[in-house]
Write a protein that binds this ligand. Sequence first.
Ligand code: SF4
Length: 677
Amino acid sequence: MPSARVRQEETLRARVVAAFAGDGELARAVPGFVARKSQAEMAAAVYDAIEAGGTLIAEAGTGTGKTFAYLVPAVLAGGKVLVSSGTKPLQDQLFRKDLPAVLDALHINAAIAVLKGRANYVCLHRMARAESEGLLPSREDVVHLRSVIRFASMTSTGDRAELAEVPENAAIWPLVTSTRDNCLGAECPRFAECFVYKARREAQAADIVIVNHHLFMADLTLRDDSIRDFLPIVDTVILDEAHQLPSIAADFFGASLSLAQLLEAGRDTRSLGLSRAPDGASWITLTARFERAVRDLRLALGDAGLAIGSRTPVERITRRAELIPVFDELDGCGAEVLRALEINRGRDAELDLLIGRFSELRRELHDWSKALAKPAHADGNEWPAEPSEQNAPSVRWISVSTHGAQFNQTPLAPGEALARARAAQPQAWILTSATLTAADRFDHFLAEIGIEGATTARWNSPFDFPQQALLYLPKSLPSPNDSGFAHVVAEAAWPLVRANGGRAFILCTTLRAVDKVADRLRQLMALDDQQLPLLVQGTTTRRALINAYRSSGSAVLVGSISFWEGIDIRGDALSLVVIDKLPFAPPDDPVVEANIRYLRRMGRTPFNEYQLPEAIMLMKQGVGRLIRDETDRGVLMILDERLLTKPYGKTVLASLPPFARTRTEADAIAFLTRKPT
Ligand code: SF4
């Protein structure tokens, strides 16, 4: 006879499945809810994983309804739940719409909270400082500061997303928000009313807390030292948009140091030193020397052959020895600033924070100086013979911009660190996304995240792709590597764009291609005297472009990789998606190149095991923009002949939804212009 606990679990599992029935709790409470077998199956699998405390990796095609499929079992299973998403819009949608709808449908009361990174909340202390110092460089900054002050006096959350009148990229934001380097924590005079800590206290107390992957990783890796473990201990972890985890893990388990960070530390020292300990040191002289050394380093990078826009692995810098004395000079100037800060220790809490900051910066400068001094490995990277937790394979590389530079160390197998972190967490983990497989296999994703012993499951999209969508592969295309390829893309796409009255996304693999395609489209529109709103990446923020697209009704948006995912435009508004070519990561990118060489050294085949699956997963994301619900119709046009001429093209095509196909422009136009039956 089953025990009472087993019986209770069986009852709960049955309730989870029943909630998704045509006459179930969701159907009764959620307008427009449609019962889907795959959604109920996924919910049952999620429930089983929660009960077993295991790891479930679930791919759910667009339209499966995965959000309800994980929320319902997580809520019914009880205990504390953490849901992490990849993007802020999904975080907001979960908090404001999906989670309240599920709780309502199930008649369950639970405390819910949303927690974002600290840069999303107004910092009352820094805001007051910006106001009292009155050193804002522009009139616009002054106006924005006034808006922030007014907002701070009225809001209960301090979440800057609620203050639409100050743009996302306004220069005021870094001055009125905090970083882990400059937050005073419990020493802060505004600690009791602080929005960051209020949000964290609410998250700690909530039954269900919604975060994003960056925050989740920060907690997992205990990087935000000012508050360790700021997320509650939970019984269930759900990671939505899980395909983003490997790259976010690579950032978190890696390290980076920028010239902007160094300059900011210098500026903060000068302003705090002068205001809090004016007689404590020659702050102006010390920081001016330090900042000059930072600028000298930028110049030295140029002299060593690193061009603006370059991303170069250390071992490729032939004149890297010339950089060592410049690093050492900078380190020396940092040591003088640090000495002055030490002498004044105890006079002011904010000034004291700079001691830790400068110590850390000096440690990183020292590491870089050592790395530059090392003779290049035969294969150029930091690959220990026997990788371990302390000794993980990584690549060091430098990126240079017009006025700045960033020094990066990226782990080559971030999954190992993620797997160790997972092993230390006892609760159930559910990882889900619409794109976790390549050629129907999870191998690549599993290798990337390193987590062993996971259960995998996938549910195809319930949409009728052969009816709803047409894949158009034009004939007689040049190679995607041809210099005039971007013009060919624009010229081949234009007849479809024109016939469709815009309502199109043109997704390119590089920013350079975006500009060229947009330029040529502009010319074609002028020639045909048919002007459609042309929205081009780089002209304003991503969010502003998407909003403009939504409100236009006839726009053409040309964007690169950041537009391939996370955009949900339903109905007629987006009925044509054009993809220029297979999104293989550039093989000369330092991290990609190092990964290829690392895999080769491990006796594996980088193309099949890394480059191709990565491209397929990204391709699936791009393609996924087109059909968002049962009534959507549209054409997907891909201009890469390798899909048909290369052996791997078959694998890519087999990984895409089962669209009807054509090679003829007339068919594609007919499909676009035909009224749905
Ligand atoms: S505790 Fe930190 S974030 Fe909060 S007001 Fe103070 S400095 Fe700002």
